[in-house]
Design a protein around this ligand. Structure first.
Ligand code: HEM
Length: 383
């Protein structure tokens, strides 16, 4: 129970109904989590922290960023070169995108392998899948904003994929870009989606996600329908025990983010030049598996087929809680689901690595090895 209200609290309560808020927060803070709740359960709040960091650094970048063809690249140069600590804010935001994506993916993997998405948490998962999509669109739209060669050409290649969707592809691409190619209209649209639409989408989805998480509490590892009620004393107190873990992980994560921001800065790159295609255009790491997979499909039939094939994992993601319906949550009770999960991770890694090394050349023991677009190495003797 919350303590007896003090005089100032009664003052605020008379005017603002303060005690209702206080009692609600007290209940949330002192809630007991299931006894098995451990370190793996901090990943969701890590995803939240990285989102908040993106939110704050993004607002600060907006003070000086200008979304026009003439000024976009210059404004990033101004932010990094002239504005006090502007370089740091930009680096935290650029690296922060990778951190957020990592946190979201690891959190998703944890809820998958622990079977936490099963009844009654199917919709918590569905909203989570929406959050993953929103995070990816955040990354895609943000990539264009510095308006450098890489961002211009990666967006051109990325949106060409949309154009290959059967029947409606071209129209979809035109709506996305606001014209036949990447230009001012596209920059305006990507900017608008990145700074207004997506933050609201994410805030709404995260709120629903957290409300559902609170309503159902965290899942245990017991089979669906066989969950035994645990005595409240044996549960893990959210405050201070679980929050201390969350805070510890948050400090380590923020330290890593600052270290990378300072030691491995993202380049600004040359300004976008629509007449000059640079070599080695690659998307962000989280798009590499799809990017690589699509390369194996070409021609008028191949391309739409490739889009269909690369869409399957995303469809499965949304449908999964309704496909895997057995009661088991423990990995030992879900051998097939665990195998499928591991296969998905391995495939994503293999295609990601192939995408990363494709169209590069490496030198090894006096030999030049050229890796073609499909990731196949070709040996050339050095002259
Ligand atoms: C911005 C993205 C996300 C945020 C901020 C977020 C936040 C959270 C938090 C704080 C929790 C409770 C603690 C924990 O389990 O770690 C949670 C639980 C959960 N999340 Fe997420 N999440 C996000 C994305 C996702 C994704 C992509 C999925 C899956 C597709 C997902 C599925 C779930 C499920 C099923 C639970 C319930 C876990 C349980 O009851 O044990 N979430 N989320």
């Amino acid at each position: 129970m919350a303590a007896e209200p003090k005089r100032w609290q009664l003052y605020l309560d008379t005017r603002l109904r303060y005690l209702i808020v206080r009692d609600f927060l007290h209940k949330q803070l002192y809630k007991r989590l299931p006894p098995q709740t451990g370190w793996a359960h901090v990943l969701g709040s890590l995803a939240l922290l990285t989102f908040l960091s993106q939110f704050v650094t993004g607002i600060l970048l907006l003070l000086y960023y200008r979304p026009t063809l003439k000024e976009a690249h210059e404004s990033i140069q101004y932010i990094t070169g002239v504005v006090p600590f502007g370089w740091l804010i930009r680096q935290l935001h650029a690296w922060g995108a990778t951190f957020m994506m990592l946190a979201v993916v690891l959190h998703m993997a944890r809820t998958y392998f622990m079977g936490s998405f099963k009844k009654p948490r199917e919709f918590t998962w569905l909203i989570g899948a929406g959050l993953l999509m929103a995070t990816m669109v955040f990354g895609f739209t943000g990539y264009l904003l510095p308006w450098n060669q890489l961002s211009y050409w990666a967006t051109t290649v990325g949106t060409e994929v949309t154009g290959a969707v059967p029947l409606v592809g071209e129209q979809m691409r035109e709506i996305l870009l606001g014209g036949p190619s990447v230009g001012q209209e596209a920059l305006s649209r990507f900017f608008l989606v990145h700074v207004t639409v997506l933050p609201w989408v994410l805030i709404t989805l995260v709120t629903l996600h957290l409300v559902l998480m609170r309503v159902h509490n965290l899942a245990t590892l017991e089979d669906v329908g066989r969950e035994k009620p645990y005595p409240p004393e044996s549960g893990v107190p959210f405050w201070p025990v679980h929050m201390a873990k969350e805070a510890g992980v948050a400090v380590v994560c923020m330290a890593a983010l600052f270290t990378l921001a300072v030691t491995s800065p993202w380049e600004i790159g040359a300004p976008a030049d629509p007449l000059n295609t640079p070599e080695g255009i690659k998307p962000e790491w989280y798009f590499l598996p799809t990017y690589q997979l699509l390369k194996y499909f070409s021609g008028s039939w191949g391309k739409p087929l490739g889009i269909l094939v690369s869409g399957v994992p995303f469809l499965l993601l949304f449908a999964w809680p309704f496909l895997e319906r057995g009661p088991g949550r423990r990995p030992s009770r879900r051998k097939w689901a665990v195998r499928i999960g591991i296969a998905a991770v391995v495939l994503a890694l293999v295609f990601g690595i192939l995408g990363y090394v494709s169209e590069t050349t490496i030198r090894l023991a006096g030999q030049t090895i050229a890796i073609d677009m499909y990731g196949v190495p070709h040996l050339h003797a050095l002259h």
